[in-house]
Design a protein around this ligand. Structure first.
Ligand code: GTP
Ligand code: MG
Length: 195
């Protein structure tokens, strides 16, 4: 695993608490439990930088991780997941406000990485989010996660189906596993091309 120098530099519970936009940012978005925090950890080669959990709803704040890369310093931004029913309606509304508020407030956002479990189909949540990003001219990438969970044939089938579901959307798809590290180099190349 190639380690990169990385540290958490800010965490925000409210839009008002977001740090001033300065460095280029790459945001990780997607359903709760899809593997946002795990993928971020794998990207920097550190298992415990962002907290992960088998129970959805682990990340409740917007966390900013400063990473030194060859392309220069950048921020990887770990966001709370959506679509998790087992939190109160108020808490869900707060997360939604936080994620939308974040997306609207960042002129420094260079790339939105939308995560999608390889075993699930894209839902309206993902499609609406992609459309919303496209309207605002924010480049998006679909990181298909947990590919280690499927055998090769089935995995290839699922990746093709997800690519087809994206239709004409100008979204790069990268198949990843935080477990085995597959796709991590491709993800870094895509990030480097945008920051
Ligand atoms: P929230 O913070 O709740 O929104 O979730 P998250 O999207 O940050 O997910 P997290 O990284 O916490 O991972 C959720 C669960 O999926 C954990 O049990 C991880 O170990 C597991 N997981 C994440 N990525 C992978 C992967 O690539 N392969 C496998 N097998 N498990 C994974
Ligand atoms: Mg998380």
């Amino acid at each position: 695993m190639s380690r990169r120098r990385a540290e958490r530099v800010a965490s925000a519970a409210r839009v008002e608490d977001l740090p001033a936009p300065r460095l280029p940012e790459v945001a990780f978005l997607g359903r709760s439990n899809v593997g946002k925090s795990s993928l971020l950890n794998r990207l920097v080669g550190r298992r415990t930088l962002a907290r992960t959990s088998a129970t959805p709803g682990k990340t409740r704040l917007v966390h900013f991780y400063r990473v030194e890369d060859r392309v220069g310093p950048l921020l990887l931004v770990d966001l709370p997941g959506y679509g998790w029913a087992r939190v109160s309606r108020t808490e869900r509304a707060r997360w939604r406000g936080l994620v939308e508020g974040y997306l609207e407030a960042r002129p420094t956002l260079r790339l939105a990485v939308l995560l999608q479990d390889v075993r699930r189909d894209l839902s309206d949540d993902e499609l609406l989010l992609l459309a919303w990003l496209a309207e605002r001219g924010i480049p998006a990438l679909l990181a298909v996660t947990k590919i280690d969970k499927l055998k090769r044939m089935r995995r290839a089938e699922r990746v093709r189906a997800l690519a087809a579901a994206l239709g004409q959307a100008p979204v790069l798809l990268v198949a990843t596993s935080a477990e085995t590290g597959e796709g991590i180099d491709a993800l870094w190349r895509a990030i480097a091309a945008h920051v």
